[in-house]
Write a protein that binds this ligand. Structure first.
Ligand code: PEP
Ligand code: CO
Length: 447
C-alpha cells in the first residue's frame, strides 16, 4: 500500500478536534509546512542507533517530562530545572549501572492530550474537554474550549525556543561533569536525598580530578562537557505532524521533524486507524504505549505494521499496565514477542496505569505503586531472559505536590493541595524522581 504524509486522512481517527474554520486550518497547515524542521533526520537516525543499544542491554533509556507542556508555564526556569533533573538522574543511573543513558525529554512539542471523555462537566455545566494547548485552552468556559488552528503555530514557536535552549544547555557548559554539584536543585539540597546525591557528586569529582591529573581534562574531551537530550512527544494531532513531515535529502526517506522520537498513545493505537497509518511511513524511532487491553496477536500485528523489517531501535514498546495488572497482563505479551524473534525496546511507563483519586479529590498517583510497577517490570524481564531497556516518566524539575508518597518528601492526600500545578496528569517532583532513580539503579544492577 502506498504511503504519503497525508494518507492517514483516509482512515478513521480518534481523539481529534473538530475545527470550525477549515480555511484557517488549511492556511495554518501550509504555513507550518513552509517553516524549518525542528530536528534533522541524521539526529533521529543517531537516536535509533542508541535505542538499538538499549534494546540489547548496552544502554538505558531515560524518557521523561511534563504530561502536557503549556503556553502559560513556558519559561527558562522550568526548562532548566527539568534539564538539571535529567542530568542528575543520568548521573545516578550511569554511575551505578556503568551504562550510557539515552536521555529523551517529553518536551519541545508535548502539547496534545488524549482524553477519556469528550466532555467535562462542572456544577451542571457541560463543555468540550481540554485537549492540550496546541488545540484549545484549559479555562472552563465555552470560548476557551473551541479548537483554534493558530495554536499549532504557537506550539511550533514554543517548541523551537525550548529546543534552542536545550541545545544551548547541552553544548554550552551546563552539562560539564565538573559541575555535577551545581545540578542539585535548590529545594532538595538539604534533604537526605540531596545529601545522597552530593556523596555521588563527590565521587565523580574525585574521578574527574584523577583524570585531569592524567592529562585528560573536560575542555579537550567533548564527552565530558557536552551531552545530548533528545526530544519526544505523543504525535496525536496529525495535522501538525503531517505539516512537519519532511523528505530527507540524504536517504529519500520521510521523517517527522517535529521531534526526534514520536509515540502513539494507548487510546489511538487501533491497527485499522489513522495513527498506525501515519507512523508506518516515518523513519524516526517511534514508541507505542501498551496498556492492559492489548491482545497477544494484536501486538504481533502491530509490530509487523510498524517495524516490518524488524529493525533494531525502531520500535519502543512502552508498557503501562498498572501495579495491580502488570504481573498478569505483561508476561504473555513478552513471551509472544520474544518467541516471535521481534526486535523491540521494552520500557516501562509506571504513571498511566496508576492514576487514582485522593481522598481530598485530586487526580494523583502513589509513589509505592509507581515503584512497584517498575520493580515488577524488571523482575518479569529477568524471569524471561529479556531486556528491561528503559523508563518513561511524567516528572518536573520543580517542587510540586502532585503524586503522593515517597520517603524523601512524603506527600499526603492533604498535602496535594499546596502546590498542585499540573496542566493534566500528576507528575513526580524532582525529589521523587531522584529517589526513583536511586531505587532503579539498584534494580538495573541486580538484573
Ligand atoms: C501520556 O503519555 O501522556 C498518555 C496519555 O499515555 P497513555 O497513552 O499511555 O494513556
Ligand atoms: Co499523562
Amino acid at each position: 500500500m502506498s504511503w504519503t504524509p497525508s494518507s492517514w486522512r483516509n482512515f478513521p481517527i480518534k481523539q481529534q478536534p473538530t475545527y470550525e474554520d477549515q480555511a484557517l486550518l488549511h492556511r495554518v497547515e501550509e504555513e507550518l509546512a513552509s517553516y524549518p524542521p525542528l530536528i534533522f533526520a541524521g539526529e533521529a537516525r543517531r537516536l535509533k542507533e542508541k535505542l538499538a543499544a538499549a534494546g540489547r542491554g548496552e544502554a538505558f533509556l531515560l524518557q521523561g517530562g511534563d504530561c502536557a507542556e503549556s503556553f502559560s508555564d513556558f519559561n527558562a526556569k522550568n526548562i532548566k530545572n527539568l534539564f538539571k533533573l535529567m542530568l542528575q538522574m543520568n548521573m545516578v543511573l550511569m554511575y551505578s549501572t556503568g551504562k550510557p543513558i539515552v536521555k529523551v525529554g517529553r518536551i519541545a512539542g508535548q502539547f496534545a492530550k488524549p482524553r477519556s471523555s469528550d466532555y467535562e462537566e462542572k456544577d451542571g455545566v457541560r463543555l468540550p474537554s481540554y485537549r492540550g494547548d496546541i488545540i484549545n485552552s484549559i479555562e472552563f468556559d465555552e470560548a476557551a474550549r473551541v479548537p483554534n488552528p493558530k495554536n499549532m503555530l504557537k506550539a511550533y514557536n514554543q517548541s523551537a525556543a525550548t529546543l534552542n535552549l536545550l541545545r544551548a544547555f547541552s553544548r554550552g557548559g551546563l552539562a560539564d561533569l565538573n559541575k555535577v554539584h551545581q545540578w542539585n536543585l535548590e529545594f532538595i539540597k538539604d534533604n537526605p536525598l540531596g545529601k545522597k546525591y552530593d556523596e555521588l557528586s563527590n565521587k565523580i569529582d574525585h574521578a574527574m580530578k584523577f583524570m585531569a591529573a592524567c592529562g585528560l581534562t573536560s575542555d579537550m574531551m567533548p564527552q565530558l562537557h557536552q551531552t545530548t537530550l533528545y526530544t519526544s512527544h505523543e504525535a496525536l494531532l496529525l495535522n501538525y505532524e503531517e505539516a512537519l513531515t519532511r523528505k530527507d535529502t540524504d536517504t529519500g526517506d520521510y521523517y517527522d521533524c517535529s521531534a526526534h522520537m514520536l509515540w502513539i498513545g494507548d487510546r489511538t493505537r487501533d491497527l485499522s486507524e489513522a495513527h498506525i497509518e501515519y507512523f508506518r511511513g516515518i523513519q524516526n524511532p517511534i514508541g507505542c504505549k501498551v496498556g492492559p487491553s492489548m491482545g497477544e496477536d494484536e501486538l504481533i500485528a502491530l509490530i509487523e505494521a510498524l517495524n516490518p523489517d524488524n529493525e533494531e531501535g525502531r520500535l519502543n514498546l512502552i508498557v503501562r499496565m498498572g501495579a495491580s495488572k502488570i504481573a498478569e497482563a505483561f508476561p504473555p505479551l513478552l513471551k509472544k514477542v520474544r518467541d516471535a524473534g521481534k526486535n523491540v525496546v521494552w520500557t516501562i511507563d509506571p504513571m498511566h496505569g496508576n492514576v487514582e483519586k485522593s481522598s481530598t479529590g485530586f487526580k494523583t498517583r502513589n509513589f509505592d505503586n509507581i515503584l512497584s510497577e517498575v520493580e515488577q517490570f524488571f523482575a518479569i524481564h529477568k524471569e524471561h531472559g529479556t531486556i528491561a531497556a528503559g523508563i518513561h516518566l511524567e516528572m518536573t524539575g520543580n517542587d510540586v505536590t502532585e503524586c503522593t508518597g515517597s520517603t524523601s518528601c512524603a506527600i499526603t492526600d492533604e498535602g496535594l493541595a499546596s502546590r498542585y500545578h499540573t496542566q493534566c496528569d500528576p507528575r513526580l517532583n524532582a525529589s521523587q524522581a531522584l529517589e526513583l532513580s536511586f531505587m532503579l539503579s539498584d534494580a538495573i544492577t541486580e538484573a
